[in-house]
Design a protein around this ligand. Structure first.
Ligand SMILES: NC(=O)c1ccc[n+]([C@@H]2O[C@H](COP(=O)([O-])OP(=O)(O)OC[C@H]3O[C@@H](n4cnc5c(N)ncnc54)[C@H](OP(=O)(O)O)[C@@H]3O)[C@@H](O)[C@H]2O)c1
Length: 266
């Protein structure tokens, strides 16, 4: 069994996942990255994995288990964004976003959990967004997928803590990556939502272009991997986005969790 801290990160072909994989690899972690486009990397082991496909996820996890004998940490980072009105988005696109952002997180977590449980140890960090605590206009399905990740993670924590497994979300504000060129966009001139949707899209673009450096996120992830206990959620965002988050949810997550534990006698 590997002596190193073995980490699986989803979505490492670009952006936050790639920067995080590179950072952790140079700091002594044994990193496996999974994306649909398998890109060669000198720093970490890049595997072809599609989080929307159960077989692909199971094969990737089996390969890592075969090589290392354990997976210490999972970072569910793979995700796609969108810009569209609810009326204009196709159900196929809705399904693709939910399959990637939410079901992908569930799928990879389910594949990894049994291996963490038998070792009585593990960490799962689910990448979320300010869209995970506020429904963002023209990003309804993206927000819904991140709300789903939030609820999933809150419940998962309470189920797995007795097995030594820690889980949290990391809510991100705008981060300077290529997310806007990879997003699903449906803004057609015929749509009654076109003008407003385009204006909001331009604002999203500006916010991402002026967003935080992805290195800031990777640094936070590294810090979380070194912690023994994880709180339910963390946030890396600019001051405005952080304040917004606090105003929306002033009661600390730890207090809500304490109430749930008491109620269900966990
Ligand atoms: N950038 C921001 O402002 C921001 C803000 C809040 C939250 N986030 C979250 O941060 C995460 C990373 O985003 P990013 O900004 O780094 O965007 P990005 O550069 O577009 O990276 C997205 C990654 O997800 C992978 N991916 C997409 N579909 C996949 C699938 N079916 N299976 C496996 N991998 C898949 C992509 O690789 P392939 O296409 O090669 O598969 C890519 O490596 C996402 O969850 C996003 O929602 C970003």
């Amino acid at each position: 069994m590997s002596d190193s801290h073995v980490v699986l990160i989803t979505g490492t072909s670009s952006g936050i996942g790639k920067i995080t994989a590179e950072r952790l690899a140079t700091r002594g972690f044994k990193v496996y990255g999974g994306s649909r486009s398998n890109q060669d990397s000198r720093d970490f082991q890049s595997l072809e994995m599609d989080v929307t496909c159960t077989r692909s996820v199971k094969e990737t996890v089996a390969q890592i288990m075969n090589n290392e004998g354990k997976i210490d940490s999972l970072i569910n980072n793979a995700g796609i964004s969108m810009v569209s009105s609810v009326e204009d988005i196709s159900i196929e696109t809705v399904s693709q976003i939910m399959e990637t952002n939410f079901l992908g997180t569930v799928r990879v977590s389910k594949a990894v959990l049994p291996h963490m449980r038998v070792r009585n140890s593990g960490k799962i960090i689910n990448i979320s967004s300010i869209g995970g605590f506020a429904g963002l206009p023209y990003r309804s399905i993206y927000s819904a997928s991140k709300y789903a990740v939030e609820g999933f993670t809150e419940a998962l924590r309470l189920e797995v803590e007795k097995f030594g497994i820690e889980a949290c979300t990391l809510q991100l504000g705008s981060v300077h990556t290529d997310i806007k060129s990879n997003r699903e966009e449906n803004l057609t001139t015929e749509s009654p939502y076109f003008q407003e949707g385009s204006k909001v899209a331009r604002q999203f673009n500006r916010e991402v272009d002026r967003g935080l450096a992805p290195e800031k996120v990777s640094k936070k992830i590294e810090q979380l991997l070194h912690r023994t206990r994880l709180k339910p959620r963390y946030r890396v965002a600019n001051a405005y986005q952080k304040t917004f988050g606090f105003l929306i949810r002033p009661i600390p997550s730890t207090v809500i969790e304490w109430l749930l534990r008491r109620h269900y006698k966990l």
